[in-house]
Ligand binder design. Structure first.
Ligand code: C5P
Length: 237
């Protein structure tokens, strides 16, 4: 059953899975990479299905992926409708396509998540939703712990950037639906490029709340990350 508190809201879940995974260096997009017989996309969707939000599930797909993604989502138990939507050339465009579809479903809130962050937890979804209830926009993030260097093109350090107040943004990012849709429309109109959805809210000058993220909630980007993911699964038993 959905968590009682969230039952009164229609909260859409938008998973962006249209990337081709160039940095992963494989012919197969990373969201289809399997660990213990389950693709990263399926692992991610299972994590969300356990939270049992009341609202639609939308997954974006890239060229040639529709059939595969449709088959993966058909296995996921979900309380609302499930829909696959063609993504765009960039993550930002994929999110925008998903949001435009969701307009017809009139959700109150939307959670937007990368398909390749399978270790999202119940607590994180709950925290980020609470953040969105209070601030209209919230994201999980972890404080930067390494010393940060800025370089010139030839890798010579020009500056050490103070890490105080610096955070690494993660997903799921949660928003009041109309707020994020309006912000995305505004950014598209003005040609503002964003690599996450909090940035589009920042662009329109509205606040975004940070809630605790987790180092396990990393974005699987390289083959080395797969080894780490396997180690986490082994530790979780
Ligand atoms: O490429 P990156 O690692 O930033 O992708 C983050 C997420 O955005 C992935 O889940 C990827 O599938 C998705 N994405 C997308 N459409 C794109 C590019 C990325 O849905 N055009």
């Amino acid at each position: 059953m959905p968590i009682k508190k969230y039952k009164k809201y229609n909260t859409a879940t938008l998973i962006v899975a249209a990337g081709s995974g160039v940095r992963f260096g494989s012919s197969m997009p990373k969201q289809f990479f399997q660990i213990n017989g389950m693709s990263l996309l399926e692992m991610t969707l299972v994590s969300f299905s356990r939270f049992c939000l009341k609202g639609p599930l939308v997954v974006t797909f890239g060229t040639g992926m529709e059939e595969k993604i449709t088959s993966i989502i058909s296995k996921i138990p979900w309380h609302g409708i499930k829909k696959v939507i063609q993504g765009g050339k960039t993550r930002q465009e994929s999110v925008f396509n998903g949001l435009k579809y969701l307009e017809s479903q009139k959700p109150d809130y939307v959670l937007i998540h990368d398909s390749v962050r399978p270790f999202v937890t119940r607590e994180m979804i709950s925290d980020v939703m609470e953040g969105a209830f209070s601030c209209k926009a919230a994201i999980p993030a972890v404080p930067v712990s390494d010393t940060l260097k800025k370089t010139t093109g030839d890798n010579i350090i020009t500056e050490t950037v103070a890490r105080k107040d610096l955070w690494q943004a993660q997903t799921p990012q949660a928003f009041l639906f109309e707020h994020i849709l309006d912000a995305h429309k505004h950014c598209m109109k003005n040609g503002f490029k964003a690599t996450d959805d909090a940035s589009v809210i920042e662009y329109i000058g509205s606040p975004v709340k940070i809630v605790p993220g987790s180092s396990n909630n990393f974005k699987i980007t390289t083959p080395g990350d797969i080894k780490l993911a396997k180690a986490i699964l082994t530790m979780e038993g």
